[in-house]
Each structure stands twice: as C-alpha cells, then as structure tokens.
Design a protein around this ligand. Structure first.
Ligand code: ACO
Length: 428
C-alpha cells in the first residue's frame, strides 16, 4: 500500500499521499489540499516546494551529488562533449554515433542569424550589457520564425526550434560582445566545433588570424557541461512557468536568460570577479570583507558563497576549482585574483559563521577565474552561463509540455487592506 501522511486541522483528519522519487526523495502531495481543506501552503521562495516531478537532473545537496539523466557530473565533465550532453538532457539518452552526427550537423547548419537581426544590434548603446541584448535577441528570434508561435507544434517543428536555439545562441552571444566593443561581428564557420566556433566569433579580428587553442576549447566545453542543468532553479522554474502559459519556446528561453542575469543566480559569476577585484584594490585585508559579509546591518554578501540546495559542497565547484588551476598552469597565467579567491575560501571555510550556515563556494566562485583566463570579458560571464544552461532550459520546457502540465499559477495569503469605499479625489 502506498504511504500517506495524516494532516489534522480543527480535529478533522486528512490523508495526504506521499510521493517517492527514484533516489528516495519524499514529498507530500498537496495537490488536492485546498479542495479538501480550504487551506493552501505558504512557502515563500519555494524552499520546501516541489514544483514538478522530473526525470532530467538529480541532485543531493547534503551529499554534494549531481547527475544528468543518471550520469554523474564528474564523468560527463571529464569525458563528454557539450553537444552530447545537450542531446542527453533534451532527448533523455546519450546519442548513438549516427544520432550524434545528425544532431551536430543540424546545429552547424543553423548557426547563421538573419541579417536583419544583426542590424538590431546597431541600435543598442555601446555599453549595453550583453545579457540584456541576449534576452531580447532570443525573444526576437520568435518573430523570424512565426511558425514557432503555433500551439499545435509537431515534434519536428519543436526539434527545429531546439536546433535553431542551440545553434544561434553562441552567434548572438558573440555578436553582443563584438557590438559592445564596437568591432565588426564574425560570422559562424562550419569547419569548427561548437566551442571553437564560438571562440572564433568572439576573438577573431579582421587584422589577424585566430585559431582556437585546444586548452581553451576543452575548458569551455567543461564549463558548459557543468552549467548545463540544475533542476528547478530560478531560471529553469521561470522557463517552465512562462512555457506553461503556452508561450513559444523562444519567449520561454528569453525569460530564463533574464532570470539568470540576477546576481543571486547566474549573475554571481560577474559579481564574484568584481568583488575580488574590489578586495584587491582596497588592500585592507580579507577580514574586513569577511566581517562585512557577517554583519546583518551590511548588505554585502560574499558572492560565490552559499547555495539554496548545496549545504556541504557544490560538486561543480570542486571540478571547476581544479580546472581553474589546470587552465592557468597550461596557459601560464598568473592571476592575483585567483590568489585572493583561494585565501578568501580558506578563511571563510574555517569561520563559524559560514560553517554553521553551510555556506561553501558555489559553481560561480571559480568559473569567473577560468573565463578571465580564457580572455572572456567580465560582462560576458553570465552570457557564458546562459549558453551552458540552454539545453537544461529546453529539456525542462520539453518535459513540462510532454507532461501536459497546467499553467503555473501560485496562490497567496492576502495581507492588504480590508474592503473600503472609494472616495472622490477632491473630498480626500
Ligand atoms: N554571504 C554572507 N552570508 C550569507 C551568504 C553569503 N554569500 N549567503 C547566505 N548567507 C547567510 C544569510 O544572511 C542567512 O543568514 P541568517 O540565517 O543569519 O539570516 C543564511 O546565510 C541563509 O541564507 P539565505 O539567503 O536564507 O539562503 P538562500 O538559500 O535563500 O540563498 C543564495 C542562497 C541566494 C545563493 C545565497 O547564499 C547568496 O546570496 N549567495 C551569494 C550569491 C551567489 O553566489 N549566488 C549564486 C548561487 S549559484 C547559482 O545560482 C548558479
């Protein structure tokens, strides 16, 4: 017999079903709660609320486990190709060689962007943040492919939109960057792999030849894989909730880009480097900043520390920390910011404030250091995250649509004024 829990309200008892996941996580199914009891649950920030069942990503915050479709993140980061991981997340299994080649070819063939989209870039101010451009540009793609807005989409039509998104996001990202420095854009080149093509569009210049360095290509591949999905995080939940209104996939992904931008989510990678540079320039020592982070009257937080679900360690941070060391060694880069990052980590990990709250470096603490070493400008860090997270957003959207989930629409407890009568403005 399936498990239930008992809820007693005003001496009346209700049986609520318990749902168990494949890794033994447990939830109380409250989907009939309001109909049965008149009550709703209140959980701001959804700290205890499962918004969906999902078969995409598993994570155990206490044990520091993360896997995509059952494959441990450590194995994928070490051995896989980012596009292989995209396929795995979106379609549920690793591709055969034939499937993978077809997938890669389709993506390579869709990297170009309509010239009218390039013209839009000219209208942005030169200092426009590339995340603002990316979010707008992704949504704008829907206007070039109006068939994507239809509600009754065939699987083939959805696949085409997926290919276009995966293919065009690096082009849009690199073009947003080129625009911000006033340089001409580079067009995609089919001879390159996914990561090589992006690097070429970022760094090639009319004045000199550019060949992507394999060390840089490998590091980028790893970073994209590590960011590819993270179950029901802020941006994935945003994509799901926007998609649940039957908005098209471009619009849904664009909303995910916007959600990711915030410094408490993907924007943390930019904020980490800005914080480390500030600490370096300040020269007042680390304790000043540690104490600021601990002071409840000070809004300063240690960026790159803490995570909603990882309360012991973030497995991605472990991999990235090692990768940062490798990349810096291989490229022969000495970065004083990395030294500050290491010192800060050491001090914070031994401080009771951080220990007692389970605050550890998260994925973004070290990713910025690698991006700097790869020559990616700070304002592009969150864009890099978006490129990595794209397959996760798509997979979450696709799963939600396949499950025919209802429109996302939470309830509230109203705490405003009781009903009162309107009075004419002149009599007030
Ligand atoms: N520095 C100092 N104190 C912190 C930090 C921090 N980075 N993070 C949390 N705390 C403290 C809070 O003040 C709170 O203390 P209290 O219990 O005395 O009130 C306690 O730790 C719990 O913090 P919450 O904000 O309740 O934890 P929550 O799960 O809501 O937030 C979050 C998680 C947003 C990631 C938070 O740790 C944070 O702001 N970190 C810095 C930003 C960051 O690095 N974000 C990237 C996350 S990873 C990602 O999105 C890819």
């Amino acid at each position: 017999m399936s498990k239930t829990v008992q809820l007693i309200i005003d001496n009346k008892s209700y049986e609520l079903p318990v749902v168990e996941g494949s890794e033994n996580e447990k939830a109380i199914d409250i989907s009939k709660l309001r109909a049965q009891t008149g009550y709703i649950t209140l959980d701001t920030g959804y700290k205890n609320t499962g918004a969906t069942k999902s078969g995409i990503t598993f994570l155990d915050g206490e044990k520091g486990i993360l896997s995509y479709r059952g494959y441990p993140i450590e194995q994928l980061a070490e051995k896989a190709d980012f596009l292989e991981v995209c396929y795995l997340l979106i379609y549920g299994d690793l591709p055969s060689t034939k499937e993978f080649n077809a997938f890669k070819e389709n993506i390579t063939n869709h990297t170009l962007i309509h010239e009218d989209m390039r013209i839009f870039l000219d209208a942005y101010p030169t200092k426009a943040h590339p995340m603002g451009i990316l979010s707008a540009a992704v949504c704008t793609l829907s206007t070039f492919y109006p068939e994507s807005q239809k509600q009754n989409r065939s699987d083939e039509a959805v696949d085409l939109t997926i290919q276009r998104l995966l293919a065009k996001l690096p082009t849009l990202a690199a073009w947003a960057y080129k625009n911000s420095i006033g340089h001409p854009v580079n067009y995609p080149k089919n001879k390159y792999s996914y990561c090589e093509n992006f690097l070429n569009m970022m760094f090639a210049m009319p004045a000199f030849d550019y060949e992507p360095d394999p060390v840089v290509v490998n590091a980028l591949n790893k970073l994209l894989i590590l960011h590819a999905d993270h179950e029901q995080n802020c941006s994935a939940s945003t994509v799901r909730i926007v998609g649940s209104s039957q908005a098209n996939l471009y619009a849904s992904i664009s909303s995910g880009v916007s959600a990711l931008w915030g410094p408490l989510h993907g924007g943390a990678n930019q904020a980490v480097i800005e914080m480390l540079e500030k600490i370096m320039v300040d020269g007042g020592g680390l304790m000043k900043w540690i104490n600021k982070a601990k002071d409840k009257d000070d809004s300063f937080r240690l960026m790159g520390f803490g995570h909603r679900v990882y309360k012991n360690f973030d497995p991605r941070a472990k991999i990235i920390k090692k990768a940062a060391d490798d990349v810096l060694n291989k490229l022969g880069i000495v970065d004083p910011v990395l030294d500050i990052a290491k010192e800060l980590e050491e001090v914070a990990l031994n401080d009771d404030y951080f220990k007692s709250r389970g605050l550890y470096p998260n994925v973004d603490f070290y990713s910025g250091i690698i991006y700097r070493a790869l020559g990616i400008p700070t304002e592009m860090f969150t864009v890099m995250f978006a490129m990595g997270r794209l397959p996760g957003w798509i997979a979450q959207w696709k799963e939600m649509m396949a499950d025919n989930q209802p429109i996302g629409r939470p309830r509230q407890i109203y705490t405003g004024s009781k009903e009162r009568d309107y009075s004419d403005i002149h009599k007030r």
